[in-house]
Design a protein around this ligand. Sequence first.
Ligand code: SF4
Ligand code: FES
Length: 248
Amino acid sequence: MKFTLKIWRQENATSKGRIKTYHLDGVDQDMSFLEMLDVLNAELIDKGEEPVAFDHDCREGICGTCSLQINGEPHGPERLTTTCQLHMRRFKDGDTIVVEPFRANAFPIIKDLVIDRSSFDRIQQAGGYVSVNTLGNTIDANTIPVNHHDAEESFNNATCIGCGACVAVCKNASAVLFVSAKVSQFALLPQGRVEAMDRVIKMVEQMDVEGFGSCSNTGACEVVCPKGITLLSIARINREYLKAKLKG
Ligand code: SF4
Ligand code: FES
């Protein structure tokens, strides 16, 4: 397959970026999108040019680092799929593909397609944890019974990989789907209820400090989320937040 790639190139955080066009031939249809970029970079290096910087780690859809805006869609055209799990057979031979970084004020560009998502880490550090006493013997995981539905729902929310696609697609650059998944993961379990009120307030406050926008219930976030986190989680965080505020 051959492609025309229009890729955002930006030297560093302060320089002005621009779209640069590349022509790539000999791409195998079973290559992943990142493998296709590897091929491009090998060619660029051979020509003595600067390779395209892009984030990746697991290449298995579990780490959340491979966030690219492909033809205007976070993670590209395949639903429930991260960029690293997207394959070139999803495109047509001869296609032009535009590749940009996720764009949001709270995700500043570091270089080319690499963005700084440490704002998500700070939200997580504000309350996305359960405090446990780690002295002594490990507590048996099954000491507190959890009903099946809540366990499943908590697990589904825990699959959020913090990729930021929900922010990138949102016209307000809201991070509420991400935060709602992190809050829900704990709110549904008895172990997480102990700090639930404190957690939701602190995480929402930190989200505002980081400069993410407000949710206006457009729903684009759940469409692009590669892990299928739904608006039900946003409804839950709203209830949790209201409850915490009312109880002071
Ligand atoms: S909610 Fe979905 S889109 Fe948002 S960070 Fe988590 S996995 Fe990514
Ligand atoms: S590289 Fe880890 S999710 Fe894509």
